[in-house]
Design a protein around this ligand. Structure first.
Ligand code: SF4
Ligand code: SF4
Length: 503
């Protein structure tokens, strides 16, 4: 006997009194929910992903979307998600793919941390009237500085400084590759980081030539597939990032389906047209910290020691020990990607069950590096689940130097977190290579929205710092005394090294 169909996830209906039959819903829904049959616009709600494109485009507000119009009998263990995953796998025998970040109802640690503010005895600082330093330098810092006095009385720096990345804000955009997302999406973000004086990652898909004008704001990535990597690519980036792991799918590689590998993507990635781009789980030349050190050194040699080299790992149980090794490998920054990190496509079981929260990873890595006296050897970049400026402030107070945002930048461009990025049908023109859909995203408009978001968060960060009497990002970094745990258990507070509220 067949399992039959599962209950509807969303129900779409049209208020026929309001509808003016303009058919914009038919034109705009790339999932095929709407079609015309004779006089009537018909609806197939089963195809709906709640991308909200039709709601946004209907000129008469005639469309209604209802979530879970018919639910399963409720049960605390056999949730809707658990049952649907079983039905799905009983039918297909396959691994379930999913988009966006971890969807389980884990507590979000950022929401259980509160920031401090000055009152009476320690005056706050008004960022509108006093200078507030949010400029961030990423890379190695000398443990001590030597200076010598010149004959004319000036002081000269003797210590040789290694190249650092100078960002005007500690908010950067993480790696989302061309292929996973559209060129218009990458262009929009590139213009936004250039405007705000910060950086974005290329992801593992190479660097399209239309991004060359923004290369001074690009961190070029090398992942296990080595797509698009040659000396020209390395030389164009402001920094180079070796991707070992990703928060949404720790321990496994990547898979860009062949239908997303259009001519342009194939040229940029240097792979055949229409072929699946599969990155292996490990780098086949890295099986130890010594191997990693060799690659770090090779990349520095290849680029004449002019560019910082970052190493990105997924936040996992022993992230602190691994980070200590990375710091000794010669790398200039460690990127920690927490298990709330987004993805275009990941096996659901990995996305939801593997890895650790970014808050715990940052705190433990910062503590380990400080304990070993090597914190100045590397910067820490936190990514995976940064949703607002308060998360940025908390991540920095836990020990990060800067953060990467990903999903937040996509949302600023119009993404509705529908989680269907791997289907190449993104109705907002972001996670697709279909030109008619890509054209829906206007880089002039989207870049402004992303720049606005970065500017707004930076302003809020300055306000939060000012309220806490802190006038430089350096003084916030690792300053756990300005954080308190609220409704967190003692063992987690000890990992985070924060006190509880009231203490
Ligand atoms: S977009 Fe709105 S007004 Fe136009 S046909 Fe669809 S439901 Fe009717
Ligand atoms: S990028 Fe597009 S497909 Fe992916 S979640 Fe956002 S709206 Fe949906």
């Amino acid at each position: 006997m067949s399992l039959g169909s599962t209950p509807l996830r969303y129900r779409i209906s049209i208020d026929r009194e309001r509808c003016m039959e303009c058919e914009r819903c038919i034109e705009n829904c790339s999932y095929g929910v709407f079609r015309r049959e004779g006089e009537k616009i018909m609806i197939d709600s089963r195809k709906c992903t709640a991308c909200h494109r039709c709601l946004a485009m209907c000129p008469r507000d005639a469309i209604m979307l209802e979530e879970y119009p018919c639910d399963y009998r409720s049960h605390p263990v056999w949730t809707r998600q658990a049952r649907e995953a079983i039905y799905n796998q009983a039918k297909t025998g396959k691994i379930i793919l999913s988009g966006m970040g971890n969807a389980l109802d884990y507590p979000i640690i950022f929401d259980r941390l509160v920031l401090d503010a000055c009152q009476v005895t320690n005056p706050s600082i008004d960022p509108l009237r006093e200078p507030m330093e949010v400029r961030t330098y990423l890379g190695k810092k000398p443990s001590r500085i030597e200076v010598k006095k010149k004959e004319n009385g000036d002081v000269e720096l003797v210590t040789e400084l290694v190249p650092n990345l100078q960002a005007e804000t500690p908010i950067m955009i993480g790696h989302m590759s061309y292929g996973a997302i559209s060129l218009n999406a990458q262009l929009s973000m590139a213009r936004a980081v250039a405007e705000t004086g910060t950086f974005m990652g290329t992801g593992e898909g190479g660097l399209h030539e239309r991004l060359y004008p923004y290369q001074n704001h690009m961190i070029v990535q090398i992942a296990s597939g080595r797509f698009g990597v040659d000396i020209d690519y390395l030389e164009r980036g402001s920094a180079i990032e070796i991707k070992i792991g990703q928060g949404a799918k720790p321990g496994i590689g990547g898979h860009l389906p062949g239908e997303k590998v259009c001519l342009d993507v194939s040229c940029t990635r240097m792979i055949p047209l229409g072929s699946d781009a599969i990155s292996p789980a490990p780098h086949h030349d890295i099986y130890s910290i010594e191997d990693l050190a060799q690659l770090v050194r090779s990349l520095k040699e290849a680029t004449e020691w002019k560019k910082p080299v970052f190493v990105k790992i997924a936040a996992v149980h022993n992230a602190a020990a691994i980070a200590a090794g990375i710091a000794r490998s010669g790398a200039d920054a460690i990127v920690l990607d927490g298990f709330k990190g987004g993805t275009g496509a990941a096996p659901r079981v990995f996305r939801d069950h593997v890895g650790i929260p970014i808050e715990a990873a940052v705190a433990s890595v910062d503590a380990k590096l400080r304990g070993q006296g090597i914190r100045n050897e590397v910067s820490i970049i936190a990514s995976g689940g940064i949703r607002e400026s308060a998360d940025v402030a908390k991540a920095i107070a836990l020990g990060a130097d800067a953060v990467y945002i990903g999903t937040a930048a996509l949302v600023a461009m119009g993404c509705r977190v529908c989680g269907s990025c791997y289907r190449n049908l993104c109705p907002w023109g972001i996670a697709t290579q279909q030109q008619n859909l890509v054209d829906r995203l206007d880089p002039d408009v989207a870049s402004k929205q992303v720049a606005n978001l970065i500017n707004a968060w930076t302003l809020e960060l300055a306000e939060l710092m000012g309220a806490a009497g802190i006038n430089s990002i350096e003084s916030l970094r690792g300053n756990r005394d300005r954080l308190r745990g609220y409704m967190l258990d003692e063992s987690l507070m000890s990992v985070l090294d924060v006190k509880q509220v009231g203490a």
